[in-house]
Design a protein around this ligand. Structure first.
Ligand SMILES: [Zn+2]
Length: 342
């Protein structure tokens, strides 16, 4: 733009140079050169003021224009011709081949398992991926500073929340949620599926993230025989064959007595194979009679009601069933692995 007034012309030149070097381009609006020109308008005689003021305003508009232009993208792209014919034989862009995906083997297996338990009368509940110390330990009869807490190498958030290391973190909630069943003369029966997390050294058999299925049953006169029978019925349905089951004593703070539960190898029918390490038996999960303190903590009278609970990994079931040798395949995102299950 050309300015007739010499002062305005000089200010315009100075401002243009200044604008280029300004990091915060908007600051040019408060440049002293502009302010000085506006101050000068006030001091002028009315006849001079009109033409001078017009030029100062024009300069102000020009400066605004610079700021506006500066915000526009400098790279001009050619417009897309939406009427152009689509060339299916074009080699570009390279697109991924279209194909149908499939369910993740862990999810489809989990569905089968839950379906069996639902048919057996269990409610299905989902676990959570972040919990607190109370549900992870205290409500499950882990005394503060109890060494058993160290068996669970957990991940903690900065706020002290815990990525659950087992689905038992839901026991207290589920017992409270279904407590009214007991007053109505019915049992509490629920399975809880969820993702759990442990700070493991990773190898073919250990992952930091895996899936567990927890089961709970509470009622009157429930004993360990009911626990064995429930798991046996489930496993026979799951593997589609008659199986033997056995337990051996174990320790968990939240069950008393506690057991390690084993089934006769469904793959070799106890003859011995590499899945059962040629023992004929597979140690599958931990279980036991719910500790009276856990019932009490949920407001259930252990003198009136008893119950059992179990918890086991889903990943291992799926691995055994499909001959998968490395647990890390599940979370690898490896399509060659996943396509086997489509
Ligand atoms: Zn076997």
């Amino acid at each position: 733009m050309r300015y007739d007034n010499e002062q305005v012309r000089a200010a315009a030149e100075q401002l243009r140079g200044k604008f280029e070097s300004l990091e915060e381009k908007q600051a040019i609006r408060r440049a002293p050169e502009l302010t000085a020109l506006y101050e000068q308008i006030k001091t002028m005689s009315p006849e001079k003021r009109a033409s001078f003021g017009k030029e100062v305003n024009a300069l102000k508009d020009e400066v605004e224009g610079w700021i506006k232009d500066h915000n526009l993208p400098t790279l001009k792209r050619p417009a897309i011709d939406v009427t152009a014919p689509l060339d299916f034989n074009s080699s570009k862009p390279e697109l991924l081949p279209t194909e149908l995906g499939s369910r993740h083997p862990l999810m489809s297996e989990l569905e089968k398992i839950i379906d069996i338990f639902v048919r057996m009368g269990f409610a299905a509940v989902e676990s959570r991926q972040l919990d607190d110390d109370y549900h992870m330990f205290t409500s499950l009869n882990f005394a503060q500073d109890h060494p058993a807490r160290d068996d669970y190498d957990t991940f903690l958030t900065h706020e002290g929340l815990i990525a659950p290391a087992h689905t038992s973190t839901m026991q207290n909630r589920v017992l409270k949620q279904y407590k009214s069943n007991l007053q109505a003369g019915r049992a509490i029966s629920a399975v809880i599926a969820g993702r759990v997390f442990r700070n493991e050294d990773l190898d073919a058999r250990h992952e930091h993230t895996f899936y567990q299925l927890e089961g709970l049953y509470v009622g009157k006169d429930i004993n360990a025989g009911n626990l064995m029978a429930t798991l046996k019925i489930f496993l026979e349905e799951y593997y589609g064959q008659a199986l033997e089951v056995k337990t051996q004593p174990f320790y968990f703070p939240f069950t008393e007595p506690s057991f390690e539960f084993a089934l006769s190898c469904p793959f070799c029918k106890k003859k011995g194979c590499n899945i059962c390490s040629y023992s004929g038996w597979i140690e599958l999960l931990g279980c036991g009679m719910i500790h009276p303190n856990v019932l009490k903590e949920a407001g259930i009278d252990p003198a009136v009601y008893t119950g059992f609970a179990w918890g086991g990994g889903i990943d291992r079931l799926v691995m055994m069933k499909n001959g998968i040798e490395d647990v890390r395949n599940f979370h690898s995102g490896n399509l060659n692995f996943l396509r086997q299950f489509s």
